[in-house]
Design a protein around this ligand. Sequence first.
Ligand code: FAD
Length: 475
Amino acid sequence: MAENIVEKDTVIIGSGPGGYVAAIRAAELGQDVTVIEKEPTLGGVCLNVGCVPSKALITAGHRLQESIDSSVYGITTADAKIDFTKTQAWKDEKVVKRMTDGVNMLFKKHKVEVIQGEAYLDSDTQLRVMPSGPRQFMDNGGGQTIKFKNLILATGSRPIEIRGFKFNERIIDSTGGLNLTSIPKEFVIIGGGYVGTELAGAYANLGSHVTILEGSPSIIPNFEKDMVSIVEKNLKAKGVTIVTNAMAKKGEESADGVMVTYEVDGKPETIDADYCMVTVGRRPNTDNFGLEMTSVKLSDHGLVEIDSQGRTSVPNIYAIGDITAGPALAHKASFEAKTVAGAISGENTANDYIGVPAVCFTDPELAVVGLTKDEAKEKGIETTVAKFPFAANARAVSLDSAEGFVRLVADKETGTLLGGQIVGPGASDLISELSVAVNCQLNYEDIELTIHPHPTLGETIMEASDILSGFPTDI
Ligand code: FAD
């Protein structure tokens, strides 16, 4: 229906940390921007059912634990209780809604048009938007054909379902795990990656008995062993049962629970739980919106192939975030978003992945950037490594949180910082200093000669640099 075709300048499918950041940057650069989002709220997985709500529940768990036991500071509270309905209302209304409303507001400010509906690609230059869910953004209530000049694919990813565990009432994905209406007594989590392990810690702090069933020999296997072992010890201290090399076989739901069968070394075991959350990874959303109607090339893993400016095999179509190679993390999506928005405006932007930090919000937090010692060795780089413990840091001790360490990895010949690993209090914030250092290829002396305020957790990074220079102070 020719009369229903509209022409647009820059169209973005998806409003997650990839899509919404691309929209704002593109608008700032003078482009006419339209975002198509199938969900009723903006912000994608990250703001609605990922990074943001998970951190809210983690915070609630910490607050409860502090209320239950702060006796080390001489503080006792009588009978700490949690009203989980209020916790969830706080998370939904005061945290998630505030963030997603913020994206709405920014879109209005930057005159970004939003079409609520599901996009299906027809060709390299045309797509259709079909209604989906509540239609508060939909103008005409029906399908609409859009001819675009430039298109940014930012469709993100979805949870993987495994055989024997069909998502339902009691067998749930991470979204279900974030939206429980009561705190489970018994909670089984299949998959001890960062999402599963973060939520295991949160629910253990909230009072659940949690069992993690992990198929490989270690939980959060992307982080180094000496970091993970500290988290593992703390999870066990909270009463979390960690079963590694466990093959989940089936989940059988009843009216009020689920029986989970798994095998270790071929021996079957069962657990009766209130809920079983499956967090074994996510699949890129590249197979469900007509990408096959275009000439966009995918890799064997179903990821969109892009060049250094985020351009696909079709010159006017770009891709960012979880649907492209690399870590499926919000800040990586947002970084790529700025690159493509700039590229469309003719700027000389390029994706550079030298320093993509990764954080796991466990107790204590894990954070890494750049190369580990082993990764540097694989690249044939000789390194010098320094490790500074939080136990020797005044601020960590005064926070009663002195477990863990900062490790710096530097090029032995030049002293250039190649990577850093932090396990300990505030690791998620501290890693940004190391990200700047690795990204700007600073020498450890640059850190050593930078005055860090006292007493702060950040001094650990300066102290580790002191060790690299051969003149340790506080150790
Ligand atoms: P998404 O955020 O997935 O957004 C894609 C959007 O596209 C969605 O809104 C979707 O509805 C829309 N869409 C898809 N197809 C269509 C279509 N055909 N038409 C219209 N709209 C469409 N990352 C971190 O960096 N830090 C964290 O702490 C962290 N915690 C997480 C916790 C959990 C529980 C989960 C599940 C993920 C977490 N992540 C975290 C990962 C992070 O959420 C993702 O990496 C990030 O959201 C990816 O951004 P994106 O823009 O690529 O896609």
